[in-house]
Design a protein around this ligand. Structure first.
Ligand code: GDP
Ligand code: ZN
Length: 456
């Protein structure tokens, strides 16, 4: 018997409707105690998944709303348990009263992610799918949502389960031959084992490679703003963001700490870091920022080099240009196009294939910058199948599994017998089991569901 939980499933501010979700063995009786269907039939007799109109009562028995109730009995519900949803008018007061009335009937407030956690524990979805629920909620682009939806539908789970089954059969067979040497069992064919391990490794390697794309989908393409102080990096970031996030001042060297923002430019999600100026400095705080800039540039996929259009090239600009070259792609952004031009554009065009002129102040030229970014990353099309790993936990488990399989494969190819690689295969199984949640520890499960919001 599980206890019965309830939570507000929709937002906390007033809205057209608000949904209270209840799950557990006592869900239907508790709901029936606070809700009177207009058709006169008790809620206990309601058909599954049908909306029933009725009145909702507060703790004191006052009618507080005309609402709709939906009963979904387990095991076919979201959580696998008996569930009821009240679709109320979205007044925070009504929703709070509704919950209070339920709590009085022995229902308790659900913890963050508890509904989805129950769905996982009741076998309604595996761990990758449960994480996809959270990803879907957090998705910031249509592409990220499409991938999460694919994961939720089981795209990654299907791949992983295929490998899991192969390894499980292999391990069982090897184990049986070891345990019952006298039985006339089919001998283990080393060649076939090698082939299966090889194929499984390939599947896992592909999944692992997808992880980088997954990170980009979720967090954006790593991108840095480079340039000597006062060229207008913070202003450009703000212009892109459309609001004041970074401190903009007329003094050189004020952006000491790195500011990271996720922005959409030309439909592409960027994780844009505004860095301290490139200028060599004696000030230790500023020096630290300079170091950080260098490493950020090396790790970035895209560098936006901001140059001062109203001044000739300065010594520090050359340093910044070198930094920009360290990123995979770079764009020279000549800023302050609203002021008289003094920069030698020819020199910039010789060094950069992508150059645009903008004014962070007026917004002029930002469209051109958008076009450049869109063209650069046009191939980052969404993965419709959802076969992408999206978090570090998933990536870590797959890479551990892959290592075990590669070790087994190497041993077999080195002439060792199948029984000697049994442990490797079992380790691979354990790692994949953790990924989908077959063999995961319960404290780990708790940690995973902590990132969910209450009501999910
Ligand atoms: P950062 O040090 O590179 O981050 O530069 P800031 O964004 O702090 O800008 C330095 C100064 O240049 C500030 O006084 C801004 O108002 C000014 N500025 C930035 N962009 C433009 C622009 O497009 N046109 C003009 N006229 N001034 C700008
Ligand atoms: Zn700045």
């Amino acid at each position: 018997m599980s206890d019965t939980i309830a939570a507000l499933a929709t937002g906390r501010t007033a809205a057209a409707i608000g949904i209270v979700r209840i799950s557990g063995d006592g869900a239907v009786p508790a709901a029936a105690a606070v809700f009177s269907p207009r058709n006169g039939r008790p809620l206990e007799q309601a058909e599954n998944h049908k909306m029933i109109l009725g009145s909702l009562r507060s703790r004191g028995g006052m009618v507080i709303d005309q609402a709709l109730a939906v009963v979904s009995r387990g095991p076919g519900s979201y959580t696998g348990e008996d569930c009821v949803e009240f679709h109320c008018h979205g007044s925070p007061v009504v929703l709070a009263e509704c919950l209070e009335a339920l709590f009085e009937r022995g229902v308790r407030q659900a913890r963050a992610g508890e509904f989805t956690q129950r769905a996982f524990l009741n076998g309604r979805m595996d761990l990758v799918q449960a994480e996809a629920v959270a990803d879907l909620m957090e998705a910031e682009t249509a592409e990220a949502a499409a991938n999460a939806a694919g994961q939720l539908a089981g795209a990654v789970s299907g791949r992983v389960n295929g490998v899991y089954e192969t390894l499980l059969d292999m391990a069982a067979h090897v184990q049986a031959v070891v345990d019952y040497p006298d039985e006339e069992l089919v001998p283990v064919e080393v060649e076939k084992m090698e082939e299966q391990l090889d194929h499984s490794s390939l599947v896992l390697r592909r999944l692992l490679q997808s992880g980088r794309r997954g990170r980009i989908l979720r967090y954006g393409i790593p991108c840095v703003l480079l340039g000597r102080p006062n060229t207008g990096k913070s202003s450009l970031l703000n212009a892109i963001l459309g609001y004041d996030r970074a401190i903009v001042t007329p003094f050189a060297g004020t952006t000491r700490d790195t500011v990271v923002e996720r922005v959409k430019l030309g439909g592409i999600l960027l994780r844009l870091a505004d860095t301290a100026g490139i200028r060599e400095s004696e000030d230790p705080v500023e020096r630290l920022g300079v170091e950080r800039t260098r490493s950020a540039a090396r790790e970035a996929e895209l560098a936006l080099l901001v140059l001062e259009g109203s001044e000739p090239l300065a010594k520090d600009d050359w340093e910044a240009m070198d930094q920009a070259a360290a990123a995979k792609y770079s764009v020279a952004v000549i800023n302050k196009s609203d002021l008289p031009a003094k920069l030698e554009k020819g020199e910039i065009q010789r060094r950069f294939t992508r150059v645009c002129e903008v004014s962070a102040l007026t917004g002029e030229g930002l469209g051109q910058l958008e076009d450049i970014v869109r063209q650069l990353f046009a191939d980052r099309t969404p993965c419709e199948t959802g076969e992408i790993l999206t978090n570090a936990r998933q990536g870590e488990a797959v890479s551990r599994a892959l290592k075990s399989l590669e070790s087994a494969l190497k041993a077999l190819r080195g002439g060792l017998t199948p029984d000697t690689v049994l442990m490797d295969v079992e380790e691979g199984l354990a790692a994949l089991g953790e990924l989908t949640g077959r063999t995961v520890q319960s404290d780990m499960v708790d940690r995973i569901f902590e990132r969910f919001c209450v009501g999910k």
